[in-house]
Design a protein around this ligand. Structure first.
Ligand code: TTP
Length: 483
């Protein structure tokens, strides 16, 4: 625990949904849900407007549709999120050499290592400037927490959400943490919270009062002792720059113990996907894949497999994870799963894996229709029988109307809204799915890509491909293309 709040935690607000709203002017201020859009899909995230209706990450999309039928339901566009993430990470690296990304939209930064004066006012000013810079560079908002320890910085950014900044001054943390539910502490999932609740422990203050011996008795040595330290606000974990990290891992604790083998596998595949996202965000690749399984009785085991060379390919990591799972008995119930990659290198032996990956991707697309779509892992299921390129939210380009996105599709038709991040809300048009003038497009830059970028600012002189809705920009009606 440092004497000054020089650890910064940044977490972008409703990341995927905000990126979609920045890209699609007609969705700003409206409920937007990103995730698997098919019947068995899962919500990756919901915009704050959709959260009002009770929609949450990891909820089945079918349930979200019942709660919020009028929201826009979009397939994720990971390429766009990666582009935004790169800009955000660049801004963080300008603050300090010690940046530890936790996912595409979340990172710790050690401001002391960046030479920022160890005073609350100085770090607050850096945090506020960072938030402004992020907004300018990406059009999105992020929340910032500042404290003397990682755990507290993360709690602070959560308290700052959305679009805020909170500083926890060292010395005030016990008072602040005391009344919070024990679930606030890192590593306390639903099962641990339940074990504590049965012992009459609900808040952080009660956890600290219980004492280390009691917590060890309830939860086992490592977990109990770790939790006691957290309850006191003691957390000396350093910010580790991903380039110095020896391994990268992600884990999840579950609401109820998982006994269904298919569910265990699906969760591990999602974790593998998240782990690879972090690996890629850090520009690294790894040679050893590890899975971690914590059983209902807190016994924990790890299994690892070392590949022929380092990889950052999600398909290769998923395959290794699936093989490792085969060696583990999960019948008693699983409360936590983790996936990690170690033996990190700065390069990838693409050639070794390219072919394997291609084969696996082919097999996966064949399997896709038969498996539940994960929120992060795998592709969401296409709506009805149409191919993914017409999934809602994805980019398209029309020869005459320019860039737009798929608003919906079905019965051989696809409805496209023609608008760009920098345009006014655009109009929709409907085409036959095999219209030769319509093809998949690329995500457009959210900021700085408009007609001002090297072109006239007068919309009348824009090329058709940039003008909102082609020639009839003022008409928001729908039309069936004659093609
Ligand atoms: P989070 O930072 O957990 O959440 P968020 O950014 O959507 O919203 P908040 O403002 O509450 O922080 O997750 C970051 C992104 O990761 C999120 O936008 C989508 C993705 N994600 C999933 O795909 N599945 C999940 O279960 C969660 C929690 C997130």
């Amino acid at each position: 625990m440092r004497p000054a709040p020089t650890i910064l935690h940044l977490d972008m607000d409703a990341f995927y949904a905000s990126a979609e709203q920045a890209a699609k002017p007609s969705l700003r201020g409206k409920p937007v849900i990103v995730g698997g859009i098919g019947p068995r899909g899962v919500v990756a995230t919901a915009s704050y407007e959709a959260r009002v209706f009770g929609v949450r990450s990891a909820m089945p999309t079918a349930q979200a549709r019942r709660l919020c039928p009028n929201a826009a339901y979009l397939s994720p566009r990971f390429e766009l999120y990666r582009q935004v993430s790169e800009k955000v990470m660049e801004l963080l690296h300008a603050l300090s050499p010690l940046v530890e990304p936790l996912s595409l939209d979340e990172a710790f930064v050690d401001l002391e290592a960046g030479g920022v004066a160890p005073e609350a006012d100085a770090v607050r000013a850096v945090g506020e400037r960072l938030r402004r810079d992020i907004r300018e560079a990406t059009g999105l908002t992020g929340s910032v927490g500042l404290a003397g320890a990682k755990m507290l910085a993360k709690i602070a950014s959560e308290a700052a959400k959305p679009d805020g900044l909170v500083v926890i001054e060292p010395g005030t943390e016990r008072e602040l943490l005391g009344p919070m539910p024990v679930r606030t502490l890192p590593g306390v999932g639903p099962a641990t919270a339940e074990a504590l609740r049965r012992a009459g422990i609900h808040t952080v203050a009660e956890t600290a009062e219980a004492g280390e011996d009691e917590l060890v008795r309830l939860l086992g040595k490592a977990h109990g002792a770790g939790l006691y330290a957290m309850a006191l606000g003691q957390d000396d974990r350093p910010v580790v720059a991903e380039r110095d990290a020896k391994s990268i891992s992600v884990e999840d604790t579950f609401e109820v113990d998982l006994t269904d083998r298919t569910r265990v596998r699906t969760e591990l595949m999602r974790l593998a996907e998240r782990c690879v996202q972090r690996l890629r965000a850090a520009g690294r690749s790894g040679r050893t894949v590890v899975i971690k399984v914590r059983n209902y009785d807190f016994s924990t085991l790890t299994r690892s497999e070392t590949l022929r060379g380092p990889t950052d390919d999600p398909a290769v990591v998923r395959e290794a994870v699936a093989r490792l799972l085969e060696t583990v008995d999960t019948t008693g119930g699983v409360r936590l799963l983790g996936v990690g990659v170690s033996g990190l290198a700065d390069f990838t032996q693409e050639d070794l894996f390219a072919q394997l990956a291609t084969e696996q991707e082919a097999q996966e697309s064949a399997r896709a229709a038969a498996e539940p779509a994960g929120a992060e892992g795998g592709e969401p299921e296409p709506e009805e029988e149409l191919p993914r390129r017409w999934s809602p939210g994805l980019d398209v380009v029309h020869d005459d109307y320019g860039a737009g996105w798929v608003q919906g599709s079905g019965v051989g038709r696809v409805t496209v809204r023609f608008e760009q991040p920098w345009s006014a809300p655009g109009r929709v048009r409907t085409f036959a799915v095999d219209d030769p003038a319509l093809r998949p497009g690329e995500p457009l830059p959210l900021v700085g890509g408009g007609p001002g970028a090297g072109q006239s600012s007068d919309p009348a002189t824009w090329p058709k491909s940039l003008s909102p809705g082609g020639e009839a920009a003022s008409d928001s009606g729908e039309e069936i293309s004659s093609r």
